[in-house]
Design a protein around this ligand. Structure first.
Ligand code: 1CP
Length: 349
């Protein structure tokens, strides 16, 4: 039994006393307690050791009072399981040692035995659930096929992922074969996370907006739809198609329980695009958490007033920034926790 089920109620469209709140990338980024573990163990050791996964995942629950935990892992572990060696470099982030450069490279990627290759993730989930002891729900996650293709082709992070976009338009058949394979693997992977006990799953399509409306319709949306339709009977699904305001309407009928939006998307536009039968999540600019407590409080309250308190999950519009002071993150969470329905009504009249 969960002691705090606001997130799950919101995902089911049930009434809540106030919106649930959590922050994308809350586990492994800004907390000094995480930074200390980061000095002791390298990144993949942290991801592959169930006790460390449990410890890191619980840090923001213990220290910030958020309404949900997100599993400590990374979207790139799926690519490692497909036989792609990845180095996590200090300062510059992940580097894939053998990126996909031509269509023939797609065939080289292994279809992994997910249950074994990513067994440490499922063990991490079980260890985390024990440590959480029913305090809040646990969110599992995976990268969306398009966002994974971005890293596979580019070989590293990039502001615009031009190589990945060019690959899709120059080799559409190979791109679709790759996206199809990534979709099947992601469905198995998330099914196994659900079996291991996560209460909801989020699909991060961090680079969806880079495709533009037509590219999104071809190379991202069909795969998000497939993942969402395959899983929505098993668990609530949250889709986060960052930057793809133009795709919100189409995703509203994907079976997803919620759609996350970034800060460049207007809440009223998003609500109008998706209708009333789905929850929205977001969308405070993470840079606002770098300002001061007065500004954070004012901006957070304004955000809640725009979304309303029902069918809404308070969050940032993207991951929390590494240098965010803990007190600022706490102010964000506390402001949502203090927001009451009565207040919403009084500000409307
Ligand atoms: O040493 C370190 O601390 C490594 C940094 C790090 C961490 C803590 C990486 C490398 N990944 C993670 C964890 C992680 N990644 C989580 C765990 C939960 C949490 O931190 O709260 C999650 C949900 C992710 C998801 C992820 N990884 C996304 C999607 C979300 C987003 O922010 O857009 C993406 C795009 C990645 C790829 C990735 N992994 C790591 C880095 C530095 C990056 C970005 C690379 C880039 O494009 O520059």
């Amino acid at each position: 039994m969960l002691q705090n089920d606001r997130l799950l109620k919101t995902l089911r469209g049930e009434l809540v006393d106030r919106p649930p709140v959590w922050m994308m990338r809350q586990a492994g980024r800004f907390l000094p307690s995480y930074q200390r573990l980061r000095e002791k163990y390298d990144f993949f050791t942290r991801c592959q050791t169930p006790e460390l996964v449990a410890e890191i995942t619980c840090l923001p629950v213990d220290e910030l009072n958020v309404d949900a935990a997100i599993l400590f892992s990374d979207i790139l572990v799926v690519l490692q399981a497909m036989g792609v060696p990845i180095e996590m470099r200090e300062g510059s982030g992940p580097v894939l040692l053998r990126p996909v450069e031509k269509p023939a490279d797609v065939n080289r990627l292994e279809y992994p035995d997910v249950i074994h290759a990513l067994g440490y993730v499922f063990q991490g989930i079980r260890a985390t659930l024990q440590k959480l002891d029913g305090r809040v729900p646990l969110i599992g996650f995976a990268g969306a096929p398009w966002t994974l293709l971005c890293y596979l082709v580019e070989g590293k992070g990039s502001p615009n992922f031009e190589k990945a976009r060019a690959f899709c338009y120059q080799h559409p058949d190979a791109a679709h074969a790759l996206l199809d394979k990534l979709t099947n693997i992601t469905i198995s992977y998330l099914q196994l996370q659900i079996q291991a006990g996560v209460h909801a799953v989020q699909v991060f399509d961090s680079w969806a907006g880079l495709l533009g409306p037509e590219g999104f319709r071809q190379f991202a949306e069909p795969y998000l739809q497939r993942i969402s339709k395959a899983l929505s009977a098993l668990s609530p699904v949250i889709l986060f198609p960052k930057g793809a305001w133009f795709g919100l309407h189409a995703l509203a009928t994907s079976g997803a329980a919620a759609i996350g939006i970034d800060w460049q998307t207007d809440p009223a536009f998003a609500r109008n695009a998706v209708g009333t039968q789905i929850s929205l999540q977001g969308n405070l600019d993470p840079a606002i958490l770098l300002t001061n407590c007065t500004t954070i409080e004012a901006q957070t309250r304004a955000m809640i007033r725009r979304f309303g308190t029902q069918r809404y999950i308070a969050n940032l519009g993207h991951g929390i920034l590494p240098h965010t002071p803990v007190a600022h993150a706490r102010t964000f969470v506390e402001t949502v926790r203090r927001f009451s329905e009565a207040e919403l009504l009084s500000t409307k009249s």
